[in-house]
Design a protein around this ligand. Structure first.
Ligand code: SLL
Length: 162
């Protein structure tokens, strides 16, 4: 195939973590969770407002801390419009390596991002404290735009067909 010369296409997405402290009323600890685990958390990659991204993003690998069983998690075949995500429990913060794999039509190499799993509310504003009192979770989300530079013609069609 041929590349579309001079064309750049951006596709927005969101990635990040959401964590919740275990609490008997708001977030009870599931049976069998190790005693030292203090939080449940999720790391995800998804479309903005849960729009589908599976037409350009084929799968996502999350590399967790090596203290966690099976730290390499490959997530694929999600229903379009639902996040690529991993749920876990634990006690500590660490850097998560997120690797995006693109659809084969793109001929793009996988791309790596790094994201800090945030469990503790530091540096929060009064407004954020109030929001956390109502819905106690620690959110660390990043908005990103995936750039496809001079995409192949067949991939360009995939990207731009409704
Ligand atoms: C560090 N920040 O760099 C620490 C590591 C690791 C967190 C934190 C284990 C969970 C499990 C867990 O929460 N690890 O046992 O499944 O040394």
């Amino acid at each position: 195939g041929k590349r579309c010369k001079g064309i750049q296409i951006f596709r927005p997405f969101v990635y990040g973590t959401t964590a919740k402290l275990f609490d008997p009323t708001t977030n009870p600890k599931p049976e069998g969770t190790p005693d030292d685990h203090t939080h449940s958390w999720t790391v995800f990659v998804k479309g903005v407002d849960d729009t589908d991204i599976t037409y350009w993003c084929r799968k996502v690998q999350f590399k967790l801390h090596e203290s966690i069983p099976n730290p390499l998690r490959m997530i694929e075949n999600t229903t379009p419009g639902t996040p690529f995500q991993v749920h876990e429990t634990g006690w500590g913060e660490f850097e998560i390596t997120i690797k995006l794999y693109y659809v084969p039509e793109s001929y793009e190499k996988p791309q790596t991002f790094y994201h800090h799993l945030r469990l503790h509310p530091y540096g929060v504003t009064e407004a954020e404290k109030e929001a956390m009192r109502i819905s106690p979770q620690i959110i660390s989300w990043v908005y990103e735009e995936q750039l496809f530079n001079e995409p192949f013609e067949s991939f360009y069609e995939l990207l731009t067909s409704p």
